[in-house]
Design a protein around this ligand. Sequence first.
Ligand SMILES: *[C@@H]1O[C@H](CO)[C@@H](O)[C@H](O)[C@H]1NC(C)=O
Ligand SMILES: *[C@@H]1O[C@H](CO)[C@@H](O)[C@H](O)[C@H]1NC(C)=O
Ligand SMILES: *[C@@H]1O[C@H](CO)[C@@H](O)[C@H](O)[C@H]1NC(C)=O
Ligand SMILES: *[C@@H]1O[C@H](CO)[C@@H](O)[C@H](O)[C@H]1NC(C)=O
Ligand SMILES: *[C@@H]1O[C@H](CO)[C@@H](O)[C@H](O)[C@H]1NC(C)=O
Ligand SMILES: *[C@@H]1O[C@H](CO)[C@@H](O)[C@H](O)[C@H]1NC(C)=O
Ligand SMILES: *[C@@H]1O[C@H](CO)[C@@H](O)[C@H](O)[C@H]1NC(C)=O
Ligand SMILES: *[C@@H]1O[C@H](CO)[C@@H](O)[C@H](O)[C@H]1NC(C)=O
Ligand SMILES: *[C@@H]1O[C@H](CO)[C@@H](O)[C@H](O)[C@H]1NC(C)=O
Length: 541
Amino acid sequence: MNQIKNFSFSFFILLLVTFMFASCSKRIGSGGGSTLVIVPDSSKSNVNFSCATPAERSDYSIYKLSGDGSGVGDINYIYDSVANQFTLYYLKDVWNDTINTRHPWYAFRTTDFVNYTETSEIIGAAAGTCAQDFAIGAGSVIKKDGKYYAFYTGHNPNAHCNINKEGTMLATSDEPQRRFVKDESFTTIYAPKGIGYDEYDNFRDPFVFEKDGVYYMLLSARKNINGVWRGIICYYTSKDLRQWTFKDVFYDGGADIFFMMETPQLIEIKGTYYLVFSDSESKYVYYRKSSSFPGNWQKPDGYQRFDGKGIFAAKLASDKEGNTFLFGWNYRTLNKTDDGAWEWGGNMIVHAVTQKANGDLAVSLPQTIKNYFSGSAITVKQHSVNGSVTTTGGNNYEVIGSNGISSITFDPLTSNKVLINTTVNFSASAKDFGFMFGACDATENFYSIRFVPSQGLLSLNIEKRSTLTPVATGKTDVPLSLAPGTDYHVSIVIENSVLIVYVNNEVALTCRLYKALGTNWGLFADNSTVTFKNFTIKKPS
Ligand SMILES: *[C@@H]1O[C@H](CO)[C@@H](O)[C@H](O)[C@H]1NC(C)=O
Ligand SMILES: *[C@@H]1O[C@H](CO)[C@@H](O)[C@H](O)[C@H]1NC(C)=O
Ligand SMILES: *[C@@H]1O[C@H](CO)[C@@H](O)[C@H](O)[C@H]1NC(C)=O
Ligand SMILES: *[C@@H]1O[C@H](CO)[C@@H](O)[C@H](O)[C@H]1NC(C)=O
Ligand SMILES: *[C@@H]1O[C@H](CO)[C@@H](O)[C@H](O)[C@H]1NC(C)=O
Ligand SMILES: *[C@@H]1O[C@H](CO)[C@@H](O)[C@H](O)[C@H]1NC(C)=O
Ligand SMILES: *[C@@H]1O[C@H](CO)[C@@H](O)[C@H](O)[C@H]1NC(C)=O
Ligand SMILES: *[C@@H]1O[C@H](CO)[C@@H](O)[C@H](O)[C@H]1NC(C)=O
Ligand SMILES: *[C@@H]1O[C@H](CO)[C@@H](O)[C@H](O)[C@H]1NC(C)=O
């Protein structure tokens, strides 16, 4: 009760302050500098907002699409420490029966994540309707004695063939960027029979690594354990990459029951082992950590994940300098509209990854992508102000929504690649605050990238503001504890319809937002008092 009273009292003060600001429409002195108070301006209150969805563009240089505009799926990689180059294999989102092209592997090569070259087909689908690799699924590549071994999923959905839907197959190459030759002598690995596995389906995504002279293969599978079907990661071992010995369950999810833990991966970073997998149902990437091998797998101490649904089938990779990156893909939607259904495959996404003292992982914008935005700062033209917004020094905004929403919107961005930086600091928040995109007006019809202290979330919501309930679930979200009187460093990268928010070099919210560009956008505070300090917008040089 007391808290609520104090709260209404502080809102009363805010109202008073708002009123004082509102009644003073000229520059007022503030120490040595000057403060520009922007008041609701009737000449701007009803200007037309631009909120139509622009045509989706295909000119991605950071968040790559395949060269012909096809989507990118399930990434795996090989790292060349001499050239400091990553070869990033992906499943190309094409399924063309007439030319037997069903999820073939292609690859990008890069040293910096802003300049990529692209290979031609690496592994293609087989022609025969009943071939095990009628379609190609995810896998991984490992180098041994100068040869590259690609273990991949052979997928056959044709029921009349009466064969296993999924098996692990092998193709090899002398160079990582050339077509791999399928090894017909390799015995396809199928789910084991008679011990509780799903014997005909759900057996895919081989990940091969070497540890103390032994090769391990992790696979995503389903098994009935003590009467409960659960997604598990099983494993095999080998001395030569050709003869594999089945070892059963590597990790079963512990207290969590997953349908499938897809594209599993194991990696060691500075003495800690990480098991990374993607939940086929929630579409979240999760990880477990262990200080020993083969693993006493623990959940993270803090945030259970570092991004939302905007990155899937992600894998970690370290370079020779010990920099770690996360590669995944951002979904697209049916008919490329923001309320369209989730669709498999999209743009490749790269985050930098750092390890906290407790072994948890944090994500941030890779340095080379920061450097890429070295062009001059963009000046945004103010479009409208509704409610109480004050600006200091041109790039600090205080937005006080004491009785609903206050907002400032800007004209649409003029570059299709931008980096927005600001430091966010709130003193009170009963509802939420954040960034607006696709604004059709100043207070109701806009997409919100919401900081929600009461839920401990950063969330993307596209519904009308008045329909947002206190427990609304966003299109995507990521856990983020939010305390008043604290600086949160926010970087937002936008390239066409890919929009990624990074907070405090710790969590990311990767969004698909077809209205990110070409629409009015801005800052808002709903029953909150927030400053957006040092607001800058940069484009590539
Ligand atoms: C602010 O938004 C409200 C609700 O949309 C609208 O009625 C009002 O005219 C707007 N005021 C200004 C000054 O833009
Ligand atoms: C707003 O849009 C209407 C309808 O398209 C148009 O007639 C009007 O000129 C526009 N007003 C401004 C200020 O752009
Ligand atoms: C599928 O293959 C046919 C025959 O080559 C071609 O005409 C068509 O454009 C292809 N479709 C796609 C979506 O690539
Ligand atoms: C991109 O990489 C290619 C090949 O590695 C190189 O020739 C080109 O100069 C690079 N472009 C930029 C802008 O760095
Ligand atoms: C998507 O586009 C297709 C082809 O234009 C159309 O037939 C279909 O109705 C659209 N679906 C939705 C949900 O809008
Ligand atoms: C926001 O403020 C309005 C007006 O004071 C109040 O009616 C509403 O309950 C508040 N909402 C929240 C979530 O605090
Ligand atoms: C933007 O913010 C990031 C992360 O806080 C920082 O590393 C980078 O230097 C900033 N860039 C600019 C142009 O301010
Ligand atoms: C923001 O947080 C800092 C603490 O880091 C605090 O000292 C400061 O007064 C807060 N408010 C503003 C407007 O920056
Ligand atoms: C604003 O950003 C610039 C460039 O990133 C940085 O040098 C400066 O310290 C920042 N100022 C504040 C008050 O955060």
